[in-house]
Design a protein around this ligand. Structure first.
Ligand SMILES: [Zn+2]
Length: 202
């Protein structure tokens, strides 16, 4: 008889109750312990109770959204891997685990793909490097609208930028006025071309 002494704990943060419930059922069936939260505030409260081994979060949520929540997570708990699943935003540049380690677009991935990514990230845990400060910001594009949300690499807050072009861009952070550099890999959102993650440099 094999009995594991502990189960990996996953925190699921999503404002849609149906998605939380389905996620919980699927992940528990895989043997994970699952904690759910409705938004960033609840997510932070859950982190005070017990630290998860991995976080799966939506971006667009009321109260505290995923950008704000994950900024706090990155600052205070950089060791915890994060998977973003979003229907509103497409991650076009997720450099050096600034905000997320993997990205899935709602309705455009399969459950086995998600499970595989979770297992990969859990395997990396013991050797996971300390997350250093990146000189490039994480960038998210709103579906079909072209609005770009840039996460400041200095203060980790997210602000909108318009009129970006493919390649290297820069903008001043709305909050701390820092000059932020970011890169648009694909100007037209193309799901097949969006990297689920960008590996760390050696
Ligand atoms: Zn800033």
């Amino acid at each position: 008889m094999t009995q594991r002494t502990f189960r990996y704990r996953i925190l699921v943060v999503d404002d849609e109750e149906a998605l939380r419930n389905i996620g919980q059922l699927l992940l528990e069936a895989q043997g994970y312990e699952v904690v759910c939260a409705e938004d960033g505030f609840e997510g932070l409260a859950a982190l005070k109770q017990s630290l998860p081994d991995i976080i799966i979060s939506d971006l667009r949520m009321p109260n505290m959204n995923g950008f704000e929540f994950l900024s706090v997570v990155r600052r205070r708990f950089p060791i915890i891997p994060v998977i973003v699943i979003s229907g509103e935003f497409l991650g076009v540049s997720v450099p050096e685990t600034v905000l997320a380690d993997a990205f899935f677009s709602k309705g455009a991935y399969t459950i086995p793909e998600l499970f595989e990514r979770i297992v990969d990230l859990l395997h990396e845990l013991p050797t996971r490097p300390r997350v250093g400060k990146s000189d490039k910001a994480a960038v998210w594009v709103m579906n079909n609208k072209g609005t770009v949300a840039v996460t400041c690499s200095e203060c980790l807050r997210t602000f909108p930028v318009t009129g970006v072009s493919e390649g290297a861009n820069e903008a001043d952070c709305d909050f701390c006025s820092c000059r932020v550099h970011f890169e648009i890999i694909e100007k037209a959102p193309n799901r097949d071309a969006i990297p689920s993650n960008v590996p760390l440099a050696d």
